[in-house]
Design a protein around this ligand. Sequence first.
Ligand code: UN1
Length: 519
Amino acid sequence: MIVNSDNQSISHVLPELGIRETNPSFITGQESGESPGGQLLDVFSPIDGQKIASVKMIEETEYNQVVEKAQKAFDFWRKKPAPYRGEIVRQIGVALRKYKDSLGKLVTYEMGKIYQEGLGEVQEMIDICDFAVGLSRQLYGLSMHSERPNHRMYEQYHPLGIVGVISAFNFPVAVWSWNAMIAAVCGDVVIWKPSEKTPLTAIACQNIIKDVLKENDLPEGIFNLVIGDAKIGAAISSDKRIPLVSATGSTRMGKKVGETVAARMGKSLLELGGNNAIIVTENANIEMAIRAAVFGAVGTAGQRCTSTRRLIVHENVFDQVKKRLLDIYPSLSIGNPLEEGTLVGPLIDKDAVNSFTAGIKKAKEEGGEVLIGGEILEGPGYESGTYVKPSIVIAESNFEIVQEETFAPILYLIKYKGGIANAVEIQNNVRQGLSSSIFSDNIQETEYFLSHLGSDCGIANVNIGTSGAEIGGAFGGEKETGGGRESGSDAWKVYMRRQTNTINFGTELPLAQGIKFEI
Ligand code: UN1
């Protein structure tokens, strides 16, 4: 790996996280010496457009070595008791606490989210470690009463094998950790393909984990890293040695992964696009709703899968909401996300800027009214061309562009009339189904929203925004969001194989369903 960072505010962070110019290429997260071949992947910071590093991508032969190493490690790891596996994850959580500042800063530098959110992302990793530690003693199955005398039935969960994790640039480390830490306590091993846009944070995580593994004399193949392009993603998806593939990213990508994995009868866990809405009824605490909407729409520069993209507002409070948004948007500080006080950092790259401007153009063509923003910022501090002014567009819910997930800070302001059912109909009338919220102090409205007639999303919140979910709940969504659930609750079950056991402790062999079969 070639590292070249002159940026003062970040240069000390790279060596702290074990990323040095002399660092050999990473195949499995272990320093395995210069590997032959491998194209270089250039990594740029969206903050200043500077090249931070070139990382060697994995080749096919190396990929096979990684899978073989992971298979061996699985054979070892699955034999360890789950609470012991939890203990290793506990130590990873301790290490992450130690590196929280530097890893958070690298997340900011490589991905562009503000430092507070970079720290939040690492906190999310720490939280899932804690959760997974507890889980390591709670991998429960149910027991049932058998219909046959002297029989006992129960179910148990066994480790599954290798879990492939394909992660996106916007949460470069947290989403991997949701998968990896849960998989690890379940007795699985992980092969991680991070986004090509954020390989350095992935390498930093591998370094942190590598130390923990070494201290405990554990094989390196428990957590593996493969840096590469879409070809590697495709290799993971079609690899029969990988029983579960967990993929986060666009619906387009997820469809491909889902189809390929299904064709070989593998399991996939898909967490794909969202088109999240907040409903603001006439009974809402407007100030609270505004704060949630602004964080949801411009936080992470609109690049969360949970970002608020639509604000569905009752006609009686529409003008008030519009006015408050227009008070706040001009004062949002847009700039270097490493600097304190900045609320909106850059978009990941110029392609993202292009889809932002294309989205606004399309909204205008369809009859939308741009209330504010939409420009690309220029001048000192904005040389990278990746900074944009967050936009609010008055739109109709049936606009084509409103159906799309544009991964950028565009908030569509949509008016509704009548009762809560109308608002919910608008909210559900998109292809995606990840996150949703209602702001209302009226219990009839909020309960309708949460009922089976209400939100069709995997996440439905009352009086908080669409983004910023806690790790303790299952995370994911319906429809084109892919149906998978990661992180908390019983999401762990997909990382294990379930086995139903029936035990006969009698001396006869009665058949189920009362069948007589005399021989
Ligand atoms: C994502 O954008 O892929 O709920 C994950 C949230 C974060 C996770 C987002 N906890 O916004």
